[in-house]
Design a protein around this ligand. Structure first.
Ligand SMILES: Cc1cc2nc3c(=O)[nH]c(=O)nc-3n(C[C@H](O)[C@H](O)[C@H](O)COP(=O)(O)O)c2cc1C
Length: 175
């Protein structure tokens, strides 16, 4: 249990990645952790994971998000060589898909942290697919599924690794 808490504390968003690809076994470990997350109403068949390691496709997705904005041309994935996209089949209840994806992605991030791989939750991804639906086919998103969010994964650059996790001061009330 102490190890779980240590991993939770250690996790931080990596905002700079080396181009080196992560091992296939690491991706499998991360996917397995995502699969272990709870899903509202146990509707596991409404969730789908897409592992994207095609640099050209990642570039296309990133460009579709930033096109026409002041961030045009910047990589929303910070150079990460792997992105796992989470998509959902349908909303069983309003908002459930977003909450489900949050839990799944948090498990991805914690598993990545545990095995020494940098990670960051990237919410920009669905905007690319909304702006350019042709990307759905390129990424092999199953028919009837919509992209909800994503995790970028890879080895942190020295600078990103040295960047401290922002401090928290989240208010709590107890009644
Ligand atoms: C739902 C969600 C979406 C996020 N989307 C992005 C994103 O699109 N781009 C980004 O750089 N960081 C994104 N982040 C990372 C946050 O900015 C980061 O978690 C926060 O600043 C706290 O830093 P830490 O993760 O190092 O503790 C996202 C985090 C969450 C939980």
């Amino acid at each position: 249990m102490a190890e779980t808490l240590a991993t939770i504390e250690k996790r931080k968003s990596t905002k700079g990645f080396k181009p080196d690809q992560i091992p296939a076994a690491a991706v499998d470990t991360i996917l397995k952790a995502g699969e272990a997350a709870p899903i509202g109403m146990g509707a596991f068949d409404t969730i789908h994971f897409t592992v994207v390691q095609d640099a050209e496709l990642l570039k296309k997705i990133s460009e579709a998000v930033t096109r026409g904005t002041p961030r045009a041309g910047t990589d929303i994935y910070y150079g990460a060589p792997t992105v796992i996209i989470v998509s959902v089949a349908k909303q069983v209840l309003p908002g459930l898909d977003l909450v489900d994806a949050g839990g799944v992605i948090q498990n991805f991030l914690l598993a990545a942290t545990d095995i020494g791989i940098g990670s960051v939750h990237i919410f920009g991804t669905p905007y690319a697919f909304a702006a350019e639906p042709a990307l759905l086919q390129l990424a092999g998103i199953p028919e009837g599924f919509k992209v909800v969010s994503s995790a970028a994964l890879g080895y942190a650059t020295e600078t990103a690794a040295a960047t401290p996790k922002p401090p928290r001061n989240i208010a709590v009330n107890r009644v």
